[in-house]
Design a protein around this ligand. Structure first.
Ligand code: MG
Ligand code: ZN
Length: 221
């Protein structure tokens, strides 16, 4: 009971900070996507590809959350987009205040699209509203098709599920239809893209999706 009360208090505090971020994004005119997954699903590699492919279409920036190191920011920054690294120092998710502090280093008004790469963790990143417009997630096929049923919250909260590393499907027993069916049982409106950063399959659909969402948010849809 006491634990529940403390958690509720933390989330109320986070929701207030998320609202501050949301207002800031609206004033800046930037579309913000919170990208989540378990560790090693391929978020950073996907963002490297995204930075290259979107270069002539949208002004993109990235905020990366990791427990330690600036390795991911270094990798993404090589592709010529502004990047800021958050180190949580042990925290296993980003919260709205961490993002608020990072925004001071980013100038969101200079961007059309801000992607927040959350800490690799299939559980609690989904519990924290950052003030973003949309959440998206990557489920790589190496993780197993049972994950939607076992870790439901992230699948419930996401607008888009990317099935990643699909180039590996011939070597695995991953049942795409079962994974998608389980995810849509939790979230009937969930959009799904099959993607491989290695072969390029699905990358155009992904960047088109980002541009489409940017346009929809800008037009107030
Ligand atoms: Mg990463
Ligand atoms: Zn956490």
């Amino acid at each position: 009971m006491i634990e529940l009360t403390i958690e509720r208090g933390l989330l109320d505090d986070n929701d207030r900070a998320a609202q501050v971020n949301r207002d800031r994004f609206r004033k800046a005119g930037v579309y913000v996507l919170n990208l989540m997954s378990g560790p090693g699903a391929g978020k950073t590699t996907l963002l490297e590809q995204t930075a290259q492919r979107l270069r002539d279409r949208l002004r993109m920036g990235v905020i990366v959350g990791d427990i330690q190191t600036s390795r991911d920011a270094d990798r993404i920054g090589r592709h010529g987009v502004p990047v800021h690294q958050i180190n949580t120092g042990g925290g296993c998710h980003l919260d709205a205040r961490m993002l608020e502090a990072a925004l001071d280093a980013m100038d969101p008004a200079s961007l059309d699209l801000l992607i927040v790469e959350n800490v690799g963790n299939l559980v609690c990143p989904a519990e924290f509203d950052l003030g973003e417009h949309d959440k998206a997630m990557v489920l790589s096929v190496t993780e197993g098709a049972d994950k939607p049923a076992k870790y439901p919250l992230m699948f419930c909260q996401s607008r888009l599920m990317i099935l990643g590393k699909v180039d590996l499907l011939p070597y695995l027993d991953f049942d795409c239809d079962a994974a998608i069916a389980d995810a849509r049982a939790l979230n009937p409106g969930l959009e799904v893209l099959r993607l491989s950063s290695k072969t390029g399959e699905g990358l155009e659909a992904w960047t088109d999706w980002l541009v489409g969402r940017w346009r929809a948010v800008r037009e107030g849809r």
